[in-house]
Design a protein around this ligand. Structure first.
Ligand SMILES: O=C(O)CCC(=O)C(=O)O
Length: 221
């Protein structure tokens, strides 16, 4: 399948829906060391601004936390986003509760599946425009805006999506009709096909788990 699909309420049955309440997320994962950065994996890409600490510390940090409503005193730059593949690699006990791909699907249809990635942040945080393998993304809290570009027009950016959304490049893409925007709400699953450009901006406190995979069909045709 090479079209994005939004499955409304597709994650409602998952145990990780408990994370829509901040207190359950921090009970399960608050002591885990994570990275927060202006863009996911900033350190790996040689970009500045990343911080490490426990998830509880990061979520209380003024560089990460934002109130639900915009505040005139807050920094103009987007907040840091906790986006981390190491947490669920260490906490295998929470993979079944939170990773959207079922074991039977992976065994039958996938040649490779990456470790699920945890994304937690507040209003204005997000991921810049990028592409990779197919992915499913489950939302367990909040509202997230997605920007999607088909493979023939896909692009990369190292700017946080909140900054990119203010640029002429964004406006041109939108006017060209090549940019699709979709809102993912708590409990929804979004499928992003291989090669599609995608970026996100959180509208509120939001928690998601993303799982990238290579379907046999994409190798064997
Ligand atoms: O969940 C997000 O905010 C971004 C997810 C993403 O871009 C990805 O999994 O590649």
């Amino acid at each position: 399948m090479n079209q994005p699909v939004l499955i409304k309420g597709g994650a409602f049955h998952m145990e990780a829906m408990a994370w829509s309440d901040y207190r359950f997320l921090t009970t399960d994962l608050g002591r885990e060391v994570v990275q927060a950065a202006p863009v996911p994996y900033a350190k790996n890409m040689g970009l500045p601004g990343a911080m490490d600490g426990t998830l509880s510390e990061m979520l209380a940090s003024p560089q990460v936390w934002r109130s639900e409503e915009p505040d005139s005193n807050e920094p103009q730059t987007p907040p840091l986003y906790v986006f981390d593949a190491s947490v669920l690699r260490r906490r295998r006990d929470l993979v079944k509760a939170s990773a959207p791909l079922r074991q039977s699907f992976m065994e039958k249809h996938c040649s490779h599946v990456r470790v699920p990635q945890l994304g937690v942040g507040f209003r204005g945080a997000g991921a810049p425009m990028h592409t990779h393998h197919a992915a499913v993304n489950a939302s367990y809290a909040g509202r997230k805006r997605w920007f999607l570009i088909p493979p023939e027009a896909a692009a990369w950016s190292l700017d946080p999506a909140g900054t990119w959304e203010q640029t002429a490049e964004y406006r041109e893409l939108r006017n060209s009709g090549k940019l699709f925007e979709v809102v993912q709400e708590c409990g929804d699953i979004l499928f992003v096909p291989e090669g599609w450009g995608h970026a996100t901006i959180l509208d509120s406190y939001a928690v998601g788990v993303a799982q990238e995979f290579v379907p046999w069909a994409s190798i064997n045709g």
